[in-house]
Design a protein around this ligand. Sequence first.
Ligand code: SAM
Length: 286
Amino acid sequence: MSGDTLPPLREVIAAHGLAADKRFGQHFLLDLNLTAKIARLCDDLPASVAVEVGPGPGGLTRALLSEGASRVIAIEKDARFLPALEEISAAYDDRLTVIEADALKVGREALGLAPGTRTVIAANLPYNVGTALFTGWLEAEPVWWNRAVLMFQKEVAERIVARTGEEAYGRLAILTAARARARYAFTLPARAFTPPPKVDSAVVVVDPLDDEQRFADVEALSVVTASAFGQRRKTLRKSLGQAASQTGASAEDLLTACDIDPSARAETIAPDGFMALARAWRAARG
Ligand code: SAM
């Protein structure tokens, strides 16, 4: 049996009684053109293992396999999907392995990836855990993935790729810039999903920076950005006070050490400025 002989997704959903369950953020993408478009953004799938979070009935899974992924490791929390996913595995010569688990609790080790394997994370992420999963992957050391092609609600995608000064610019854009390069690939209207969610979605493509370029001290970066954006309407002299209070220095000291105007506001400072502040915070903390 080849992948092409699998029944259409709507039939799979009906045959297995797979009604979407809101608790698991289930909105299925059944349009084969769209799933193929996402799979192609993974690049070089025949030389890659794809790690998919939340395969559901398997639309994107099937696209990854038919675009030639050498293996797909799919992590699904809702056991109702396992029989449908087993049929896909059989149709694609067991190139699909399914792990029944909460992806938030699955570490790199559980994936059993051979060292040096090109690994792509591909997912139509459940809205309620998408950001937590993404920041976990961004912060992971060593970095075990070579590219991530991820669907988020559009507003989250905009926060990931936002540039300094834009309304969506904040902690997520800064963490992303410190660890990776991200680009906005395309928007999917809510009606592309079954059932449609309340908001539009978007796909982002993320490539991790090299070891020498990645900013390592994510804890310090998190402290300074939480402080600065926690009160984003205030000047940094005031808003950074909370982070500075954990050191022997004042907010003004930290800012002037980094050549940043203490009367500036957080959204006007580029990621490099926050990385400098994180270094200054760490040095002052000792
Ligand atoms: N990939 C499918 C598609 O594109 O049609 C389904 C996407 S649906 C938005 C999200 C999927 O993630 C569901 O299958 C849901 O059961 C699963 N899911 C939700 N939370 C999860 C978690 N914490 N770990 C693993 N899977 C999860």
